[in-house]
Design a protein around this ligand. Structure first.
Ligand SMILES: [Zn+2]
Length: 456
């Protein structure tokens, strides 16, 4: 191939990629809207049909599942749907790492697949292979979720995430097709906040799309420096990390508008989001099927009992994930349709975040990091970030990056913000640190162990 032919081929591939992505985005949106108001009986029948189809497909076509089910003595011709899932072995990220190549459908053409790496937050990185355009289809599903709070196509969005742009040299990037300005928050501090504020103000976004930790960081700086975005913002769209109640309060105060959150993960097995009026996670039925498993990997059916979020994804037939344990934890909402919107989707009352996102109290109780409320006092105006390091039950070190000179009075304020924790059974030691490292995905974890720190 001549140089010129190669260049034309590259351009054609790029345009085909953009077209495929657009087409699949429309499809993800349409599928999400079509299943939005189905009855409980319709949804049950739908999941049973999709699960039977997927499990038999995987057993017939994917070497990894063929062997896995043979070893477990599973007869997939007798598999009848959701009620039979408990008879299938579960899989986890370790399987992606060890058996990734054997989980891909043999004979699939390289031109039609994409590879992307997932999961910096648990310290292990795996490669997920999916059909070309899968990210577009996922975005179409997110479009349908965002529409619940009034996000319209073509509205301007500023993305605040831990993105490294041009290996950290650029502060922002504008995507004209998406009308989206991405700002890297890696180097967000008091010094460059004026530049970031004017970037956002000049762009006049309707929405911020954020990692909650990144939006918290910016909110802290705005509060401390007495600045505001000129706004008005229609709201803050959260993704990729658990959203804590104190963050919802903080965003309402600093940014205004409404806060919305969706839950997804890098392996794309599940996607859910809040409804119009309730902060519970409604999972899109067309995206996948949810189970919650206890530590013996038995299904949890009762509400309010925490279990590992386990997903079977419908979007990816190149590298299907069946009963994939996400290492995220959550608890079912009350049974029946959502009281706020009437949808019959599978619904979690809360998502507790990653397995490590608990503090363990002196009596062994696991205290979800979602319950930490540090908004009292002026804590947030004094720091950039905070993180708990816990080695043993009942004790933790609260590390924080101070944003101001730490006078004894200010340290006392920081202590006061967490004064309720010793009473619950957690003694805290306070430690000012120059930096709190983010995961490779640019996210921030609230609770870590010292082994986690050594891995970063
Ligand atoms: Zn609802």
């Amino acid at each position: 191939m001549s140089h010129e032919q190669a260049s034309i081929a590259r351009r054609v591939t790029r345009h085909l990629g953009a077209f495929t992505r657009w087409r699949l985005r429309r499809r993800g949106y349409r599928e999400s809207k079509a299943t939005d108001r189905w009855s409980a009986a319709e949804l049950r029948a739908y999941h049973d049909r999709r699960l039977v189809e997927l499990v038999r497909f995987a057993a017939a076509r994917i070497p990894f599942y063929r062997d896995l089910y043979a070893r477990a003595g599973v007869d997939v011709t007798r598999f009848g749907g959701a009620a039979d899932l408990r008879g299938l072995p579960t899989i986890a990220k370790a399987d992606l790492l060890e058996h990734g190549a054997r989980m891909i459908r043999p004979g699939v053409r390289e031109l039609w697949i994409v590879r992307h790496t997932t999961g910096g937050s648990t310290g292990t990185i795996a490669t997920l292979v999916g059909p070309r355009g899968i990210a577009g289809r996922e975005q179409g599903c997110i479009d349908a979720l965002w529409e619940r709070v009034g996000v319209r196509r073509g509205e301007r969005i500023v993305t605040l995430r831990g993105a490294l742009l041009q290996e950290g040299r650029a502060l922002s990037h504008y995507d004209r097709a998406e009308r989206r300005l991405t700002i890297s928050t890696y180097h967000l501090n008091d010094e460059n906040v004026p530049e970031i504020v004017s970037l956002i103000d000049d762009f006049r976004p309707a929405w911020l799309h954020v990692y909650p930790s990144a939006a918290t960081l910016l909110a802290n700086i705005l509060r401390r420096t007495g600045r505001r975005l000129s706004g008005p913002l229609r709201g803050v769209l959260c993704g990729s990390e658990a959203v804590y109640p104190w963050q919802v309060e903080l965003f309402a105060e600093v940014y205004g508008g409404r806060t919305y959150a969706h839950y997804g993960h890098g392996e794309l097995a599940l996607l859910g989001g809040w409804c119009e009026n309730a902060q519970t996670c409604h999972f899109l039925p067309n995206h996948g099927y949810v189970e919650l498993l206890d530590d013996q990997q038995q299904p949890i059916v009762a509400p309010d009992v925490s279990g590992e979020i386990t997903g079977t994804g419908y979007l990816n037939r190149v590298m299907p994930l069946i009963r994939y344990r996400t290492a995220d934890f959550g608890a079912w909402d009350q049974p029946g349709p959502c009281a706020a919107c009437g949808r019959n989707h599978q619904r979690l009352a809360r998502i507790d975040g990653r397995i490590q996102e608990y503090l363990t109290l002196a009596d062994g109780t696991r205290f979800p990091a979602t319950n930490i409320n540090a908004l009292h006092g002026m804590f947030f105006s004094l720091i950039y970030r905070f993180q708990f390091v816990q080695q043993k039950p009942g004790r933790a070190v609260l590390r924080f990056v101070p944003a101001v000179d730490l006078t004894p009075e200010r340290l006392a304020e920081i202590r006061a913000a967490f004064a309720y924790l010793p009473a619950l059974g957690l003694e805290l030691e306070f430690q000012a640190v120059p930096e709190i490292p983010l995961t490779t995905g640019g996210k921030q974890r609230i609770v870590v162990t010292s082994e986690d720190l050594a891995r970063v």
